[in-house]
Design a protein. Structure first.
Length: 330
């Protein structure tokens, strides 16, 4: 019996090998740019994707990584994808609201309670419909990665409630909903490309910034910030996208390989993010003062941002918004 099982397994492997050989893969290198450092979960996910593409294509298809924003900020990167000067990127999904306004719903403050709830929405009808809407903008969605919940750091005081943000200059990503959210909370938001953040913090151009623990630790913001507060104000799904000009150059086998590698890399990246958030926080606690926002203060935060959610809901497809609320409720 064991011999038969072994023979069947060997036959299956042989068939898979023949299928891989029969697929048409051409020698080529795809350029993948992203904002975080290589050992951040974003970078580890990108490396996993690159490894899978090479492995599945027998080394014919390669992915060259450009970490740390060395090719520019997210808005520049998206433009480069559309123009065919770059091939792949991964970025906060909310930034894509500049392309498809409905993407702003992913940046609604205090929308998700945990990552698992977010995964259900991202992988379900809402996430898939939004990915389809990117195609008219020259972008193809490959999946949703996990950056985690955003937290506030600054050099002035712990953020225990909305009142503690009054007057603070907080760097935010270049997205209108972030600007309005922090205005509503009493801060002075400063939109800024990610590669400029460390220097701005170091020089005191801004008082603080907001990002998940892994981003804060991975980019060494703890070297130039005193306080880190667990506000969990926005959860960041990230969109893994490829430029349509690049996509159209790929044949059917290559496109299938890219989607398969993206799906596997997505599961890996999410797991890594979950594991590293806790580790990053423990590292930050060694050099920063840490505090958590209690339930009473959280309710005050939610109340402050209600007008922001109402404002941006007006620009979103009502049917999609209804689907989102139903999915979150489930």
């Amino acid at each position: 019996m064991k011999t038969l099982v072994a023979a069947a397994c060997a036959t299956g492997l042989a068939i898979a090998s023949l299928q891989a050989q029969a697929a048409e893969y051409r020698d080529q290198t795809l350029r993948f740019a992203f904002q975080n450092v290589k050992d951040h979960p974003q970078g580890l996910g990108a490396q996993k994707f690159a490894d899978l593409v090479s492995e599945k294509s027998g080394g014919k298809m390669k992915v060259r990584l450009f970490p740390g924003g060395i090719l520019g900020g997210d808005l520049q990167t998206v433009s480069a994808l559309q123009g065919g000067m770059l091939d792949i990127t991964v970025l906060n999904s909310g930034i894509l609201a500049a392309q498809v306004p409905d993407f702003a719903l992913f940046d609604f403050p205090f929308l998700f309670e945990n990552s698992e709830q977010a995964y259900e929405v991202m992988d379900g009808p809402v996430g898939q419909e939004l990915a389809k809407r990117l195609e008219s903008k020259g972008l193809i969605g490959l999946g949703y990665w996990d950056l985690g919940f955003r937290q506030v750091t600054n050099n002035s005081r712990p953020i225990a409630g909305p009142q503690d943000l009054d007057g603070l200059k907080i760097r935010v990503i270049q997205s209108p909903i972030y600007l309005e959210t922090f205005k509503a909370l009493g801060a002075n938001p400063v939109p800024m490309p990610f590669p400029e953040v460390y220097t701005a913090l170091e020089q005191g151009t801004v008082d603080g910034q907001e990002n998940p623990f892994t981003v804060i630790e991975g980019n060494k913001f703890n070297e130039v910030q005193k306080y880190v507060s667990a506000t969990n104000h926005i959860y960041n799904p990230q969109s893994l996208i490829i430029g349509q000009k690049t996509w159209n150059r790929l044949n059917a086998d290559e496109q299938a390989l890219i989607r398969e590698a993206a799906a596997e890399a997505t599961q890996y990246q999410r797991q890594v993010t979950q594991e590293q958030q806790g580790k990053a926080l423990e590292t930050l606690k060694q050099s920063m003062q840490y505090n958590e926002v209690d339930k009473q203060a959280l309710a005050a935060f939610r109340e402050k941002v209600k007008p922001v959610i109402e404002q941006f809901s007006q620009d979103i497809d009502p049917a999609l918004l209804k689907s989102l609320h139903e999915a979150v409720g489930q």
